[in-house]
Write a protein that binds this ligand. Structure first.
Ligand code: TRP
Length: 513
């Protein structure tokens, strides 16, 4: 489901049988927004699910990919962490493909994203989600083998470097399966039900394919934790959220800020901080007592539970600190952490308070100790999201509607014909078009230029856009040019696929067909 697999997204009628993570939440997410190219449709993803707009990190990307520059990549989760990682040479990129059909121009976006990050120095991973295709889509192994090979050839043809990077099939990666098993211990069925709409009828292998995907996502960090980006379509966001959660659940320690000995949640911490600041913070001679904060809260906020906790703590002074909470730590690791903390500290049953650490320094220390004691130390994986392409016939792009998409294996002549037959957002008559201009933002053919045909050439993309909206460029000519470019792209790509055959044979991914 995804860019990786437009169909399940797009063919609503097939959804119940086809959706892997077939899903309450993903359904909401994908009600129908992907058809159009306007940003507004993606807005709900920002507000409802906490995906952040890519624009906000774009200025920090050095030589951004054209998909970033053109807003095709529109959202992210914690991509700034990956940018920091790229700057210090410690970063990874991973995405996966369900081998349910031929790779098409929608998948190319993800291939390009992986390759771009690899060229920026990230450890790169491309995986074939064959277990998922088998369990969630019911494909047989012969079909899977054929498609797996086709995906890998296109990824290689587009420039993935297998010497530097890693390609694997889920079914053949023992380490991924072992990690999936471990992650399964932290995942329960009701949670999968809540996220994916699974129920009592959902088969166990389907559930296993979910923890397998979780393991895929964390696999780049198995040897050593590092910032990792997962480029996907927004339909995969439920997976990303679960993976981020699991990454945290696997940690030995959790580090939070704290102000007093009792436990407070993050909202309460903010209130305590507000009270502490309002009462003079660290500037007063006399310490600020918990009961004073309770009084302030009583006057200024509505938080009866917190007020009660603060009153119970009475005269205890409020002092900002960091707290190391024991999550999954062994006794040895907990003791080692106690010993490693410098300066003033207080040791409690399940946590340690330290007074001379910033939160960042504390987080790094906790990770170090965790790793020394055989923990994973995972960073929450980051993600970037790209827009779905509009179908060539308007509406949705679907692999089951051949005219709506272009397969990377299509005969170049067919590619040419499909583009020439594509729907455009031109006006009814040439005369009107010259007068009013076309609606490039709504046009599947303009999208082809922006997402693929113009490549790195921003001038071409901009010229097509400008000429269209000011009425100089008529749809017929525009399509002819696009069709030529598509034909040339397919010819070139397929030549490179042939060249990549030998390379693929030499790799140890089994793709015998
Ligand atoms: N579920 C993805 C899809 O439907 C495939 C996938 C498996 C994947 N493992 C992954 C995607 C890890 C990104 C990261 O296409």
């Amino acid at each position: 489901m995804s860019e990786h697999d437009h169909d399940s997204e797009r063919d609503t009628d097939e959804r119940t049988t086809e959706m892997d993570s077939g899903t309450a939440e993903a359904d909401d997410l994908t009600l129908d927004p992907w058809g159009s190219a306007t940003v507004e449709d993606y807005q709900q993803l920002f507000s409802e699910f906490g995906i952040e707009s890519f624009e906000s990190v774009l200025p920090d990307v050095s030589s951004p990919h054209y998909l970033m520059r053109r807003g095709v990549i529109f959202g992210h989760r914690e991509y700034d962490r990956v940018l920091d990682g790229l700057a210090t040479g410690e970063a990874a990129v991973l995405s996966g493909f369900m081998p349910t059909g031929e790779p098409h121009i929608g998948h190319k976006l993800v291939f390009d994203e992986i390759i771009w990050h690899q060229r920026q120095g990230a450890d790169a991973y491309g995986l074939i989600a064959d277990l998922e295709a088998h369990s969630a889509r019911g494909l047989d192994w012969d079909e899977i083998d054929q498609h797996a090979r086709d995906y890998l050839l296109s990824l290689l043809a587009l420039g993935f470097d297998p010497e530097e990077g890693t390609l694997y099939r889920q079914s053949e990666n023992r380490a991924v399966q072992d990690l999936a098993f471990e992650l399964g211990i932290e995942t329960n069925a009701s949670e999968l039900q809540a996220i994916y709409g699974f129920d009592g009828e959902t088969d166990v292998s389907h559930m296993q394919s979910v923890v397998t995907q979780m393991a895929d996502i964390l696999y780049p960090q198995l040897e050593e934790p590092k910032p990792t980006v997962i480029p996907v379509g927004p339909d995969q966001d439920p997976h990303v959220r679960l993976a981020r959660d699991l990454a945290a659940r696997m940690r030995s320690f959790k580090v939070t800020k704290a102000y007093a000995s009792f436990e407070a949640d993050s909202e309460e911490r903010e209130l305590i901080e507000a009270a502490y600041e309002a009462l003079g913070g660290g500037d007063t001679k006399e310490p600020i007592r918990c009961v004073e904060a309770a009084d302030w809260i009583a006057d200024h906020r509505d938080a009866p539970d917190l007020e009660e906790s603060l009153r119970a703590a009475g005269k205890e002074p409020i002092r900002p600190r960091v707290r190391f909470l024991d999550r999954n730590a062994s006794d040895d690791a907990f003791t080692a952490l106690i010993n490693a903390i410098d300066g003033e500290k207080r040791v409690y049953e399940g946590h340690i308070d330290a007074f001379e650490y910033s939160r960042e320094a504390a987080t790094e220390l906790a990770r170090e100790i965790e790793i020394e004691h055989d923990g994973y130390g995972f960073y929450p994986p980051s993600s970037i999201y790209h827009r779905f392409m509009t179908g060539l016939t308007g509406g949705k792009m679907s692999s089951s509607v051949p005219a709506s998409h272009i397969s990377l294996l299509d005969d170049p002549e067919d590619g040419y014909d499909k583009v020439n037959a594509a729907t455009t957002a031109g006006r009814e008559t040439a005369e009107l078009h010259r007068k009013l201009g076309g609606e490039a933002d709504e046009c599947p053919v303009y999208e082809l230029y922006a997402y693929l045909l113009a490549g790195d050439d921003d001038d071409l993309a901009k010229t097509v856009y400008d000429e269209c909206v000011n009425g100089e460029r008529l749809c017929g000519d525009c399509k002819e040019q696009a069709a030529q470019l598509m034909k040339a792209f397919l010819e070139d790509h397929q030549e490179k696929r042939e060249e990549a055959e030998e390379l693929l044979e030499s790799l140890d991914v089994a793709v015998d067909v």
